[in-house]
Design a protein around this ligand. Structure first.
Ligand code: GAF
Length: 365
């Protein structure tokens, strides 16, 4: 019995670096995905293939220090699921994906979720998608070393065709927002990625935690930046390094932007959504410092084209992708215009395509 499982990548419309601060995010599952073709084995080995790479690991032999290769995404999920009481069997796993790796479109969550879903299904377990998302997030913390939030795994599990998900990452309460007809989200891949993205990500998270520590000393009910008002932050500004203050300012203002963007999207006010996207990008560039010159160039290029409501980086940053919210009839001209301007500024060729809001993980064969 061979089965095929599929989990999507994602873009995030707005709400960046807010998920590990108990805040708000607005991801969309996209029509690029990872498929895991899986056949059960009667030993407890996972024999995984991706392109020409093949790796075998045993579920009974978990190394104290994970090896840092792509197999850790699969092994990590399997180990965490077993730790949570789901006994699994081995499997041959063939991985294929059209989610570009290292582009900020969450290829890692697509891999974790497709494989984790498949392992649970092959073992006959009922699947709680939110529990699966949490197991995948923990796998990334423990086996890969990125202290990520839950956004990517959550949307890979729960994505809905035609919709963005406004998620409160504290309560996990979802609000599904239909993407209005006549508008497209263009994915603009800068084709660049910093080698130190994981380190930079974890440093940003540590800065946010340092800010909470200072703020909670003044107001003990503060548990996360989600609980902080701009006035709290201004009052505590002198007690923290300027860098920490600016990281916190990004998160506090970004949470407010997501809430406003949700209202604007629900009422079809695309101009307002676009303006909030631009503000978000500037905050990520100037306060959170996770954009790169290439990504800034892509965003500027998009904002110089007719038919663009807004544009911003998407995902963790340090390279990767920007997105642009565009009028559907202008999409092809915007793609060509952005490509041209980006090449003029950087000499690089950006990969640009519209994405279709898609469903989350499922068995497809
Ligand atoms: C990465 C992480 F995996 C997410 O949890 C999120 O923090 C995002 O960066 C930034 O918003 O994709």
């Amino acid at each position: 019995m061979t089965r095929v499982y599929r989990a999507p990548g994602r873009v995030n419309l707005i709400g960046e670096h807010t998920d590990y601060n108990d805040g708000f995010v607005m991801p969309i599952a996209i029509d690029r995905a990872t498929t895991a073709t899986m056949t059960p084995r009667d030993d407890r080995r996972i024999v995984a293939r991706s392109g020409r790479a093949a790796v075998t690991v045993s579920l009974d032999d978990v190394p104290a220090r994970p090896g840092g290769s792509w197999i850790e995404y699969i092994r990590g999920v399997a180990v965490i699921l077993e730790r949570r009481g789901h006994r699994l069997g081995g499997a041959d796993v063939e991985i294929e994906s059209d989610v570009p790796t290292g582009a900020g479109l969450s290829s890692s969550a697509a891999l974790e979720v497709s494989a984790g879903f498949g392992l649970l299904d092959l073992a006959g377990h009922a699947i709680d998608l939110t529990e699966l998302a949490r197991a995948c997030q923990l796998a990334e913390h423990e086996f890969v070393g990125t202290r990520c939030g839950l956004m990517d795994q959550f949307i890979a599990c729960h994505g809905r065709a035609g919709h963005a998900l406004m998620l409160d990452t504290r309560t996990l309460e979802p609000e599904w927002l239909p993407i209005p007809s006549g508008v497209r989200v263009l994915v603009c891949n800068s084709m660049t990625r910093h080698a130190h993205a994981t380190g930079g990500y974890n440093e940003r998270r540590a800065d946010c935690e340092a800010g909470v520590h200072v703020l909670a000393a003044r107001r003990p009910e503060i548990r996360a930046l989600r609980d902080v008002l701009l006035a709290d932050l201004e009052a505590a500004r002198a007690d923290m390094p300027d860098r920490v203050y600016r990281r916190c300012r990004h998160v506090v203002t970004e949470n407010a932007r997501v809430l406003r963007a949700a209202g604007a999207l629900a009422s079809g006010d695309l101009e307002a959504v676009g303006a909030l996207m631009v503000e978000s990008h500037r905050s990520l560039r100037d306060d959170f410092e996770v954009t790169t010159p290439g990504i800034d160039a892509l965003v500027d290029a998009a904002l110089g084209c007719d038919g663009v409501y807004g544009a911003r980086m998407t995902g963790g940053g340090f390279g990767g992708c920007a997105i642009a919210l565009v009028d559907e009839p202008s999409a092809a001209a915007v793609a060509a215009g952005v490509q041209q301007r980006y090449r003029d500024v950087t000499g690089l060729r950006a990969d640009i395509y519209p994405c279709t809001p898609s469903a989350g993980v499922s068995r497809i064969g």
